[in-house]
Ligand binder design. Structure first.
Ligand SMILES: NC(=O)c1ccc[n+]([C@@H]2O[C@H](COP(=O)([O-])OP(=O)(O)OC[C@H]3O[C@@H](n4cnc5c(N)ncnc54)[C@H](OP(=O)(O)O)[C@@H]3O)[C@@H](O)[C@H]2O)c1
Length: 214
């Protein structure tokens, strides 16, 4: 069964960005939620040395790029659609307005479900069966991460601890703004830890909850 791997994105420093990218560089595909894509306007590309690393491993220079949106109001002018470094696959619903469908069809492969929401497990199966994606790195954001976590679809969490403190009842968390507890607490085991200057890069294996997955 194909499962997703979160590669918890980092704070803003060069070390964080570089290490975060290194940790996910060998994934077959990278997944991003529509809000993060829109706000951060990322191409989801890799620097030249990490592209080289991929070719040494017999992979394409850049991972496939996967976007998820329920409403489908995705702007074709975003940077990701201006770069042809790797195929783009969009999972959305038939709620996507016709004008967006028309604009995106030439830039990406669209998978549009009749349902109101994208089924994450079905999406992962499609990526595995149709696109041979064995490892999927989720770049966030927190809402998408939480949804994957709730369905027990994550194998690994790459988490960066950066020395910046903030807080408050409405502060965003790893699992988004939803103020409800997760349906069950998630157990993790530490499999790697590195520190670079002030930052700590943690890799956790996530223990799957038997019987929770659909
Ligand atoms: N610190 C970090 O490491 C990190 C990492 C990534 C992002 N971020 C930040 O997080 C913020 C955005 O996060 P966010 O939690 O608001 O949004 P998000 O998770 O990036 O995206 C949420 C959107 O993705 C789509 N989506 C999510 N789950 C889905 C599901 N199960 N099925 C179908 N579509 C789904 C929906 O798009 P539609 O609304 O189009 O239906 C949803 O509104 C940005 O400010 C970004 O900079 C931080």
């Amino acid at each position: 069964m194909n499962r997703s791997k979160d590669v918890g994105r980092t704070s803003g420093s060069l070390h964080s960005r570089r290490q975060g990218r290194f940790d996910s560089a060998l994934a077959d595909a990278v997944l991003i939620g529509h809000t993060s894509l829109e706000r951060d306007n990322v191409r989801l590309g890799l620097p030249a040395d990490l592209q080289e690393l991929r070719t040494k491993h017999g992979q394409s220079r850049s991972p496939m790029r996967v976007i998820i949106s329920n409403k489908g109001r995705i702007d074709e002018r975003l940077k990701i659609f201006q770069s042809n470094i790797s195929p783009i696959i969009v999972f959305s619903t038939k709620r996507m307005p016709q004008k967006n469908q028309k604009a995106l069809q030439t830039k990406a492969t669209l998978h549009l479900t009749d349902a109101k929401h994208v089924d994450l497990a079905v999406m992962l199966k499609t990526l595995r069966n149709q696109y041979k994606v064995g490892t999927l790195a989720c770049e966030g954001g927190p809402t998408l991460f939480r949804a994957l976590l709730e369905e027990d679809l994550i194998d690994q969490l790459n988490l960066t601890i950066a020395p910046h403190m903030f807080g408050g009842a409405t502060a965003p968390t790893l699992t988004g703004l939803n103020n409800k507890f997760l349906p069950a607490s998630v157990q993790c085991s530490l499999i790697n830890m590195r520190t670079i200057e002030n930052e700590c890069f943690l890799i956790y294996r996530i223990k799957h909850q038997r019987g929770r997955r659909k």
